[in-house]
Design a binder for this molecule. Structure first.
Ligand SMILES: [Zn+2]
Length: 281
């Protein structure tokens, strides 16, 4: 009788240990898919590739979308750990390209030649505002993105994200920072209308108050659990230095959600998007 009663307990224990093994690190923290890592030139000397990978892994980051200015930062990091790094191409040869890339024909040539020389998984993070999405250069870049089935990682305001989704209806679009401080209703309206849109959460305001998940954002995550990604946005060296604080913050609020939703946002959504080239409809 006792044996019989204990059996389900053992089974449950084994099952939960097995599940933990898949979704949590040994310290009980959630594994993370970081959708927003930069490995820019200004940090290469202070944090060489081996050290960068160690820092990411130490925080439970098992996979990461990595881009850099110039592009070989992401490629070098990929060569250091091809399992962890998912390389994206920034359309910037230098930091200054950020301000006019969308209308510079040389950038279109640059993107075309980069895509021929390396199997990038996506384009971005790029900055794009207002009518910039409609330039001839942007048309060419979006055509290349379609031909190569690339994911787009866009830092844009919410009007421009709409324009980008209209211009690239069949591509997976990740909205970097989720509009920073725009109302959560604007975010959820876009998610409802666009099945190919995902939200990356670095610098996204309003999610917590004193480390407690706000009711508003809890509702958003519960309504669209498959559409959010966490990101650290290591755009300057300082962000690499505070990586533990950034990931600890994610861990704290993610754990306030039901475990399956926390795991989806922490890791599984990113893993699913990155697993294969997005399909074209
Ligand atoms: Zn950004």
């Amino acid at each position: 009788m006792i044996k019989h009663r204990l059996f389900p307990y053992y089974l449950a224990t084994i099952l939960s240990l097995w599940l933990i093994g898949f979704t949590q690190t040994s310290a009980g923290e959630l594994q993370l898919f970081d959708a927003h890592v930069h490995y820019n030139e200004d940090i290469w000397q202070a944090i060489p590739t081996e050290d960068a990978i160690k820092r990411l892994k130490k925080q439970g980051i098992r996979r990461a979308i990595v881009s850099s200015t110039p592009a070989n930062g992401a490629i070098n990091l990929f060569n250091q750990d091809p399992e962890l790094v998912i390389p994206f191409l920034r359309p910037y040869r230098t930091p200054d390209d950020r301000y006019n890339w969308y209308k510079n024909p040389d950038i279109l040539k640059y993107v075309r030649s980069q895509l021929k020389s390396f199997d990038y998984r996506g384009l971005g993070e790029f900055h794009l505002y207002g009518s910039q999405v409609n330039t001839p250069v942007m048309k060419g870049i979006l055509k290349l993105a379609r031909e190569n089935n690339l994911i787009l990682l866009a830092h844009s305001n919410h009007e421009t994200i709409d324009a980008l989704l209209t211009a690239a209806p069949n591509l997976t679009v990740i909205w970097a920072h989720g509009g920073f401080d725009v109302d959560s209703n604007i975010v959820t309206n876009k998610l409802r209308k666009n099945k190919n849109l995902y939200i990356e959460l670095s610098f996204r305001e309003g999610i917590t108050e004193k480390d407690v998940l706000t009711p508003k954002w809890r509702d958003v995550f519960m309504a669209y659990p498959s559409r959010f990604l966490v990101g650290t946005d290591t755009y300057i060296g300082e962000r690499w230095m505070v990586l533990p604080e950034l990931t600890d913050h994610f861990q704290r609020w993610l754990k306030q959600l039901p475990p399956d939703i926390a795991e989806a946002i922490a890791y599984k959504n990113g893993e699913r998007i990155a697993a294969r080239k997005p399909t074209m409809n």
